[in-house]
Design a protein around this ligand. Structure first.
Ligand code: SAM
Ligand code: SF4
Ligand code: SF4
Length: 335
């Protein structure tokens, strides 16, 4: 069954936040002033358990979802994650099962995740500089741990690994070429993401955004790039190939060239609410329905209603919208 929203966009992808916790405090996502050590994260009983996630994914595949991505918070902090992966990998209709992680626990978990049937891994990497890493991620561990995690994932056969880099003007944009070189050498696919105004607490300013056009121009000054064709469905990144055979690179221009027209993603928060846009003010509480004994058909009907009424296109409206709209925080529903 294919569900379409009010702009004829089908539902094809589901991003699941498996925890709202994180061992990093990236200022653009979970600034430490707002999320101190004693921050009241959700209790275990309030987040979806593995049975509930498995059941929901089964229901969503019945609505057309074939792509599932696990995210967070930091998804590798969720105890027993490989067990969840194994459950989801077995669901008929899940064609693509992926994970977005900060990489801090990948050295330990790449192997069990592969064995459990995980298909692809994206690691966030904003800098290669050890001192800057400390500042940008506000984490206890050294950057070597992340680089080791990327290597471990490559060794397990997850390659090419996607690396996500959020560029901020005056913060890490001086490393653009160095990051590209690192990815070329390792056989990874680097994607530069424009810094977004997700949530309400990251002090976003448009001046800090490095436009994708500028990124491509700076890369092109060093390497010849050839555009790769856009996928037919759900375009997010603009993709380029190095003419010298050095692999692929992408830019995600969510601010300067929004792609709401092809947005086929829904998001499930760790507490079981369904969001139809990264910038939504509120979600549909599926957990309560699940726990009150709703049948699969009931949940399917709720999700169908939410998607068929969907008219979200926040990024396309960004310039005309007021900034005061209520919005969910990124760590709640994942990126
Ligand atoms: N903790 C994992 C990680 O960092 O990869 C998964 C969750 S994180 C919220 C998912 C992605 O969102 C990361 O690649 C992160 O860089 C990105 N992100 C977070 N805040 C952002 C912002 N304000 N603008 C653009 N990307 C952002
Ligand atoms: Fe944690 Fe990822 Fe957010 Fe950084 S971007 S604080 S690693 S959830
Ligand atoms: Fe999709 Fe909302 Fe992002 Fe537009 S702003 S691409 S509708 S998540």
């Amino acid at each position: 069954m294919e569900l379409v929203d009010t702009f004829s966009r089908p539902l094809r992808a589901l991003r699941i936040s498996v925890t709202d916790r994180c061992n990093f405090r990236c200022p653009y996502c979970m600034p430490r002033e707002v999320f101190p050590a004693d921050y009241p994260f959700l209790d275990r009983k309030d987040i979806l358990d593995f049975e509930e996630i498995e059941r929901l994914v089964g229901i969503f595949t019945g609505l057309g979802v074939g792509k599932v991505r696990l995210t967070g918070g930091e998804p590798l902090l969720r105890k027993g994650l490989p067990d969840l992966v194994a459950r989801l990998a077995r669901i008929p209709g899940v064609e693509d099962l992926a994970l977005t992680t900060n990489g801090s626990l990948l050295q330990e978990l790449a192997e069990p995740l592969k064995a459990a049937g995980l298909g692809r891994i994206t690691v966030s990497l904003d800098t290669l500089d050890p001192a800057k890493f400390k500042r940008l991620c506000d984490a206890e561990l050294p950057i070597a741990k992340i680089l080791g995690g990327i290597d471990a994932a490559s060794r397990e056969g997850f390659g090419p690994i996607k690396l996500n880099c959020v560029l901020q003007r005056g913060v890490n944009d001086d490393e653009l070429l160095e990051l590209a070189e690192f990815a070329r050498e390792g056989g990874h696919i680097l994607r530069f993401i424009e810094f977004m105004d997700v949530g309400t607490r990251n002090g976003w300013k448009v001046d800090a955004v490095v436009p994708a056009n500028e990124v491509v121009a700076r890369l092109s000054a060093k390497w010849k790039l050839e555009p790769l064709p856009a996928p037919i469905q759900g375009r997010v990144a603009e993709r380029w190939r190095y003419a010298d055979g050095g692999g692929e690179i992408g830019v995600i221009a969510s601010v300067t060239q929004p792609f709401c027209g092809g947005c086929d993603r829904a998001r499930l928060s760790s507490e079981g609410a369904l969001y139809t846009c990264l910038f939504s003010g509120g979600g549909l509480d599926l957990k309560t329905s699940l726990r009150n004994g709703a049948s699969d058909a009931d949940i399917q009907a709720l999700a169908t209603r939410a998607w068929t009424r969907r008219a979200d296109r926040y990024s396309e409206l960004r310039t005309t919208c007021t900034e005061a709209l209520p919005r969910v925080e990124m760590f709640h529903i994942g990126g």
